[in-house]
Design a binder for this molecule. Structure first.
Ligand code: CTP
Length: 401
């Protein structure tokens, strides 16, 4: 594996004594390692030993002019390609979950855009406490990875879950996080979720898209080192780690946001379910039914929205543009026609008549439809798996150019 820059954050638990061993394991694998300590961590491990094993000065203080002069805390956050928090105490996990930044370690964790891996260590009852578990859930939803804790005899005398994983196991988990930065450089623009076209102050024309597929694509692109802009329609999903998000609600707003980011993008993936039509007239008040008799009909006049995918494909130049196709019948033929009409590089086609894949669920079964007529059918996969397969294809396509 190519050498990478790993920042090790050490918080104040007894397991901090294993930190020098972790530094040595990571360095043996060829990586550059820098360490930072919380004030409490210094009670369990000496900065001097960490400096000796890492070959770098150790950072502890947010406001120490001498330390900041060498590399400031934002510089440190930007330097890291991966941050490993080991041990991660219950207190540190709580601070991370709630965005506190009251010392060097928490400030860097808030400022970094690198992926984060936590290795928790604490008493078994602190681990199983609903507060800790809720914090872990927040961190998980934010895309932060975790290794351990293991079960066993704990330093506090209790038995159970709470032991920090062995340094060798943490180093292996870190290596898994450090996938080759194959997309470092390109800017990836992703659209996700449905749009909602207002009828009046409370009603809209929308669709059932959850945004999960597009969010998985944005997360995968960020994971591969790309700078990612995610234009999100109607969805309640949390922003994947390291992704810039722009929220929109209508198709016209989505078009504006896409066009604003398009020039700087090298890869565009349009996973959004854009509403094809919007009401011609929109009332900013609620339309009342008082004047109408029961059973009386009402006509809603709709006008077609601009096709964003078609518009950007026409001027894509060297960019790679991927579209999606939601089809209920004759999936391949319909996707092939869509590909030809819109002029993109690849269509990811969904059969929306399936109930186990596609809208709202966590898995998807897709077909990759290529301009040369080739069709690749993927098995049912988690949406993250579909996203990984998609970027493998996009990277190959760009290499071949
Ligand atoms: N799309 C778009 N702008 C629109 C409509 C769709 O950019 N106004 C994009 C979607 O983001 C998707 C692709 O076009 O990448 C195909 O969307 P889909 O809803 O499957 O097809 P439509 O173009 O809407 O065609 P139809 O409704 O006839 O299937």
């Amino acid at each position: 594996m190519e050498p990478r820059r790993i920042l090790l954050a050490i918080s104040g638990g007894i397991a901090a004594y294993k930190a020098p061993e972790l530094v040595r394991t990571l360095r043996r694998a060829g990586h550059e390692v820098r360490c930072m300590l919380t004030p409490e961590a210094e009670r369990f491990v000496s900065g001097l030993s960490l400096q000796a094993v890492s070959g770098e000065s150790v950072r502890r203080d947010l406001f120490d002019a001498g330390e900041e002069g060498e590399i400031d805390h934002i510089g440190l956050a930007d330097w890291a390609e991966l941050v490993v928090v080991a041990p991660a105490t219950a207190n540190l996990l709580a601070k991370m979950a709630h965005g506190l930044a009251d010392d060097l370690v928490t400030a860097v964790l808030l400022a970094t855009r690198a992926p984060i891996l936590v290795a928790p260590a604490m008493n078994v009852n602190m681990w199983s406490h609903p507060a800790t578990q809720a914090n872990l859930e927040i961190l998980r939803a934010r895309g932060i990875s975790r290794i351990g804790p293991d079960a066993g005899e704990l330093a506090c005398g209790w038995e159970g879950l709470g032991r920090m994983s062995d340094p060798a196991v943490i180093a292996e988990a870190a290596a898994n996080q450090l996938v080759p930065s194959s997309l470092a450089g390109p800017r990836v623009l992703v659209t996700a979720g449905g749009t909602a076209e207002p009828i009046d102050a409370v009603r809209s024309v929308t669709n059932r898209s959850s945004g999960k597929m597009g969010f998985a694509i944005a997360a995968e692109a960020a994971h591969r080192g790309a700078q990612v802009t995610l234009v999100a329609g109607i969805t309640g999903l949390p922003t994947p780690h390291g992704v810039d998000r722009i929220d929109v609600s209508t198709a016209l707003q989505m078009r504006d946001a896409v066009l604003a980011s398009f020039d700087d993008s090298t890869i565009v993936v349009k996973a959004a379910a854009v509403a094809d039509f919007r009401p011609v007239n929109t009332s900013d008040r609620k339309i009342k039914k008082e004047q109408m008799a029961e059973g009386e009909s009402m006509t809603l006049e709709l006008v077609q929205n601009p096709d964003i995918l078609q518009e950007i494909s026409a001027k894509k130049g060297e960019r790679t543009v991927v579209g999606f196709a939601a089809e209920s019948h004759e999936v391949v033929a319909a996707a092939q026609r869509k590909l030809a009409r819109k002029g993109c590089d690849l269509i990811v086609a969904n059969d929306i008549s399936r109930t186990d894949a596609g809208f709202e669920v966590d898995e998807n079964a897709v077909l990759f439809v290529w301009p040369n007529g080739e069709v690749e059918e993927l098995p049912l996969l988690p949406k993250a798996g579909v996203a990984a397969q998609l970027f493998d294809r996009i990277e190959k396509l760009r290499e071949g150019r």
